[in-house]
Design a protein around this ligand. Structure first.
Ligand SMILES: [Zn+2]
Length: 278
């Protein structure tokens, strides 16, 4: 094999007088880097297929021009100037490959070499789902009108509730207890679980009052944060980035975990006045 290829090289050199071995080595190095991006090479820029209007609109509407990396990494939910980024393959212009990123994060996401870059496509996809879920929750909770139960119960104990109301309130209490139980079981809540809790407690504002609705919102947001922190910490561990940030994440994760562990008693205390039977 070796003999064959060196013979071939000699033949090529002989038939092409300008053949230059130094340039061939350069070419081989380039090809090697291209084929082995883990060596730290920056992949050559591929032409990006523009996103159709419908995809652009859907992403912009769902994220309300909030940047997924700003929100998940820095908890910054301000509207941002930015662009629609290709999460992964530049030729893929479908909805699943589009994310709205602020100018700073877009430049970083697109330009850093594979070895040193922080954000992987799978990571950005998750962050984007977290952002979509959060925006949806803020919109829905924010648009709810105050329920009659939201009026302050001035003076004295909360009155006993009719059986019909009790029957409708109880499932929300049970769902909340079950949710916290599941979060505490491994302290790594999946997005699916968090969104199910959000949907299942959607009616809470009409059946309880603002304080319970606010508390359910807090549970939802803290679970989302726990999910995000776990995601950030896991992806950091794989390439040992920024040890200081890593320690800060571990600290935050521990604080969230112990907060959730305390919530069983908190839920009982908060819901009890609403579930007093005649
Ligand atoms: Zn950003």
């Amino acid at each position: 094999m070796l003999v064959k290829s060196s013979t071939a090289a000699i033949r090529v050199s002989a038939s092409f007088p300008h053949f230059n071995h130094a340039r061939k080595n350069q070419f081989d190095t380039c090809m090697h880097n291209f084929l082995n991006p883990s060596d730290g090479a920056i992949l050559p820029a591929m032409p990006r297929k523009p996103f159709p209007e419908s995809v652009q609109t859907e992403v912009l509407v769902r994220c309300r021009r909030r940047c997924a990396l700003c929100f998940c990494l820095d908890q910054d939910l301000d509207e941002k100037e930015g662009q629609l980024a290709h999460i992964d393959a530049p030729e893929d212009a479908t909805l699943g490959n589009a994310a709205w990123l602020c100018t700073k994060h877009h430049a970083r996401y697109d330009s850093v070499s594979l070895q040193t870059k922080g954000y992987r496509p799978s990571e950005l996809r998750e962050y984007q789902q977290i952002l979509f879920a959060s925006v949806e929750s803020f919109e829905r909770r924010g648009s709810k009108k105050r329920s009659p139960a939201g009026k302050r119960n001035v003076g004295g104990k909360r009155p006993v509730v009719a059986l019909e109301v009790y029957d409708r309130r109880l499932p929300i209490y049970q769902t909340t207890m079950q949710f916290v139980r599941e979060v505490v079981s491994d302290l790594r809540p999946e997005l699916k679980l968090i969104m199910r809790f959000f949907a299942d407690t959607d009616q809470a504002l009409f059946l309880y009052d603002d304080s319970i609705a606010g508390y359910l919102d807090e549970l939802f947001k803290k679970a989302l944060r726990l999910h995000t922190v776990d995601l950030m910490r896991t992806s950091m561990r794989t390439d040992d980035r920024e040890p200081d940030n890593f320690m800060a994440l571990v600290k935050e994760q521990t604080a969230l975990a112990s907060w959730f562990i305390d919530q069983h008693a908190e839920i009982r205390a908060r819901f009890a006045p609403f579930l007093r039977m005649p």
